[in-house]
Design a protein around this ligand. Structure first.
Ligand SMILES: Nc1nc2c(ncn2[C@@H]2O[C@H](COP(=O)(O)OP(=O)(O)OP(=O)(O)O)[C@@H](O)[C@H]2O)c(=O)[nH]1
Ligand SMILES: [Mg+2]
Length: 320
């Protein structure tokens, strides 16, 4: 009974006033508790609604990503198929050997005309032996892709004998014989240097170079008289003078001109004069017409087109 009175405030006499206050407090607490519970329920409902909406969004995103992933997988598969169908390129190499006495400028010239992507470490040092490759053209016919590449074999002048040995052991398609007008760091033509080179490339040595194995494959030999920047005068006069200086060698080479195309060029790896012409020349003489692609035709139709160079004719001894 006491508990029942306590729950209904004002239902008792003053003697029980203390009990009434207590019951107000209890009612107050009950109301607060009820409000807290309602607020909790509302909060929980709101949180649940948010969770549900997040879940729906996540599901939707998941589905979209799944679709994207499928699309990516499909794309990867089709790219792989395309790659598998692409022909594996086969390479046809044309070897061009660079020959000459030490420090004549062989490497400097090679770097100019062949413009190789991979440049050796000691590009300005003494060369033992380096090879450079220059992609010349790409021909695609049906399922076959053929890359035509110049392989330049740059022998250091100290290894001229090894280089000569390659002429009897390898298939060489072109030869760049480099002579110069003066030793390293000289400022004018050196007769002694010229004489030394004329002796080194005597008719006996040329006979060895132009052996039957070599002439069977070699399409062209270029005698490049380098360091023309050391001669004063107009280009025409410089060229005439340089050819006169090496006239004996030009004459001796003429003995082989009925077997191999022989060309004389005067130029400078330093100034670049005539260096780039070498590329067009080797293309013209070595690369079969069937290996000329469009970009190559544009390329040699442009700035690197060589002026027409008369080849040496047998035995007339004229620069030619
Ligand atoms: N003045 C002048 N110097 C040149 C020219 N070409 C090369 N040289 C210099 O000649 C030196 C030798 O050049 P390289 O290109 O290393 O000669 P190399 O024939 O490859 O030498 P090795 O590999 O040692 O046989 C370098 O100091 C060049 O700067 C040129 O056209 N004119
Ligand atoms: Mg070198």
């Amino acid at each position: 009974m006491v508990a029942a009175y306590a729950l209904v405030p004002g239902s008792r006499s003053n003697a029980y006033l203390g009990d009434d206050v207590g019951s107000y407090v209890v009612w107050g607490l009950a109301v607060v508790l009820a409000l807290v519970v309602v607020a909790g329920i509302l909060y929980a409902l709101k949180a649940r609604a948010k969770l549900l909406s997040d879940l729906t969004r996540a599901r939707r995103e998941n589905e979209t990503q799944g679709t994207n992933l499928d699309a990516l997988r499909h794309e990867v598969k089709s790219l792989k198929n395309t790659l598998d169908k692409r022909p594996v390129p086969t390479r046809v190499k044309y070897s061009i050997i660079t020959l000459g006495l030490p420090r004549t400028g062989k490497t400097s010239l090679t770097l100019k005309w062949a413009n190789p992507l991979a440049v050796g470490k000691d590009r300005f040092g003494i060369t033992q032996f380096d090879t450079y490759e220059r992609l010349v053209s790409r021909i695609q016919a049906e399922q076959r892709l053929v890359e035509h590449v110049f392989e330049i074999r740059d022998w250091g002048g100290e290894h001229v004998v090894d280089a000569q040995t390659e002429l009897v052991t390898l298939e060489i398609h072109g030869m760049l014989l480099v002579v110069d007008l003066a030793p390293e760091n000289a400022s004018e033509v050196s007769d002694e240097r010229v004489r030394y080179q004329l002796e080194e490339f005597s008719p006996q040595v040329l006979k060895f170079l132009f052996n039957p194995h070599m002439v069977a494959k070699c399409q062209t030999v270029v005698l490049f008289i380098n360091k023309s920047d050391l001669l004063p005068g107009r280009p025409d006069d410089v060229e005439k003078r340089a050819k006169q200086i090496f006239q004996k060698l030009i004459n001796d080479l003429g003995a082989y001109s009925d077997r191999v195309n022989i060309q004389v060029m005067v130029g400078s790896a330093n100034s670049g004069h005539n260096a780039h012409v070498l590329f067009s020349h080797f293309i013209e003489k070595i690369l079969p017409a069937s290996a000329h692609d469009k970009s190559l035709q544009q390329h040699i139709g442009g700035s690197e087109r060589p002026p027409p160079l008369p080849a040496i004719e047998k035995g007339n001894g004229k620069p030619l």
